[in-house]
Design a protein around this ligand. Structure first.
Ligand code: ZN
Length: 453
């Protein structure tokens, strides 16, 4: 026994004892943040497309927009928001006093208009009136009410979410609501950071903007801008994400098992759940950490590379449940190295993909580029690019993310023009790189984009 332990540590990769089941941990919230916050917007206002969308883009965050089918919202504008990763959700067909009878039909009507990765999976009740709960729960993973305190509940939820998924509370903002100033929003976010909970906010239109039918309780858009700026400054603690995405994460986290086993210098993690309904595949990535004493790691799932980082005796990564074995191997070890396979561009860089220090001779092939020319220190570049094929942006947790781009070569260059990552598009959103603050160039196929971390 002693010999085996000695042999394991002599390899220099793993602590004595290696990885047992208890060495794997699923984060309470994405990125091991302490709390979650969801911004939701009702009534499909023109200002949601023209004002809220650009504001969220400035900070790299995503929100939930609840549209009313028969009010004929700016469908192409909301499709644009969906393409950027926002959630488009149901707020009924007609905005009657109670939407009973429109649970399924509003969902399918919106899904006929808006293409988005996870479909229409949440609903916000018009006038805060709860419709047929069983019809809601057959079609949605969240039914959103208004202030929980109206029903004798707290507005903020704990880490296990609401007691009833057909009555998920959100706090009203604006003139008629409880949250008016930036401080009101940040106070709620500080509260859930302390409680490891989840807060949701319910906004209609904005003061002085083109709100269409969303004229109830207008909110000062600067109050939300300040809240998002605060969230960005506290991004290691607060996870800002759409209601449906947080709900998927929470349900998956509660239902998932993560089990690790080790063999030689390789750890294999199985991440599985058996949630089944006809609404969602529950394939939102979960954040995991595994005890690990190596100084480098190559993490893959079903052979595709996952972004990872090593910190404090753990290797951290995000992985999708039920999507195949996760394999952790020391760099240069026996683990899978998918990026070493054929025709990754540019060919000169593929061998240095995981070792930026060795690539100092690689220069940026796209000509002179001066990252100093980007504006002030806090300014986030308008994050790159989206079309129907793929998207490139900076995530709220400070990763360069590429969505779509299935099979396309992806190369990330730092401000020196050095290659810091080479990988391939997986066809869904993948974190391709996180590193020092600064400007990076991302090449996807034959197009290049600039992203600031
Ligand atoms: Zn409404």
């Amino acid at each position: 026994m002693k010999k085996v332990l000695f042999a394991a540590s002599a390899v220099g990769l793993f602590a004595v004892g290696s990885a047992f089941a208890q060495d794997v941990e699923i984060a309470t919230w994405s990125g091991f943040r302490k709390g979650a916050a969801s911004f939701t917007f009702d009534d499909g206002a023109p200002s949601h497309v023209t004002d809220a969308g650009p504001m969220f883009k400035k900070y790299g965050y995503k929100a939930t927009f609840n549209v009313v089918v028969n009010w004929n919202p700016n469908w192409s504008g909301f499709q644009g928001l969906a393409d950027e990763g926002h959630e488009i959700a149901s707020h009924s067909n007609t905005h009657g006093n109670n939407m009973s009878g429109e649970e399924a039909s509003s969902k399918s009507a919106i899904e006929g208009k808006i293409k988005q990765k996870y479909g229409v999976i949440t609903v916000a009740y018009p006038n805060c009136n709860v419709p047929n709960e069983s019809a809601v729960l057959q079609n949605y993973i969240v039914g959103r009410i208004c202030n929980g305190s109206w029903k004798g509940m707290a507005d903020e939820m704990g880490k296990d979410g609401p007691s009833n998924w057909a009555q998920v509370p959100a706090t009203m903002t604006g003139a008629e609501g409880q949250l008016k100033s930036t401080n009101d929003f940040t106070g709620r976010m500080q509260k859930v950071i302390q409680s490891n909970g989840w807060a949701a906010f319910l906004t209609h239109g904005f003061q002085g903007k083109n709100n269409g039918n969303a004229n109830y309780s207008p909110t000062d858009i600067n109050a939300i801008d300040g809240a998002l700026k605060w969230a960005q400054q506290n991004d290691k603690d607060i996870w800002v994400a759409p209601m449906g995405h947080v709900a998927m994460y929470l349900k998956e986290r509660k239902a998932s098992k993560a089990q690790a086993s080790s063999s030689g210098s390789t750890i294999t993690v199985k991440l599985t759940h058996n949630i089944k309904d006809n609404i969602s595949n529950y394939d939102y990535p979960l954040s995991l950490r595994v005890k690990y004493s190596g100084s480098t790691a190559n993490v893959t799932q079903a052979g595709a590379k996952l972004e990872s980082k090593i910190d404090g005796g753990y290797v951290y990564f995000d992985a999708v449940p039920n999507a195949g074995d996760i394999v952790i191997a020391g760099e240069g070890g026996s683990g899978p190295t998918p990026e070493s396979s054929s025709s990754v561009e540019p060919p000169a860089s593929s061998s240095s993909a995981t070792n930026p220090a060795s690539s100092s001779s690689v220069t940026n092939p796209w000509g002179p580029w001066n990252p100093q020319s980007s504006s002030g220190t806090d300014a986030i570049e308008d994050i790159a690019f989206t079309n129907q094929h793929f998207s490139v942006y900076r995530s709220s947790d400070n990763y360069i993310v590429v969505g779509g781009a299935q099979g396309m070569p992806i190369t990330v260059y730092n401000h020196m023009g050095q290659v810091v990552r080479v990988t391939r598009g997986l066809g869904f959103e993948q974190k391709v790189y996180s590193g020092a603050k600064g400007a990076y160039i991302v090449r996807v196929g034959n197009r290049t984009f600039k992203v600031n971390l």
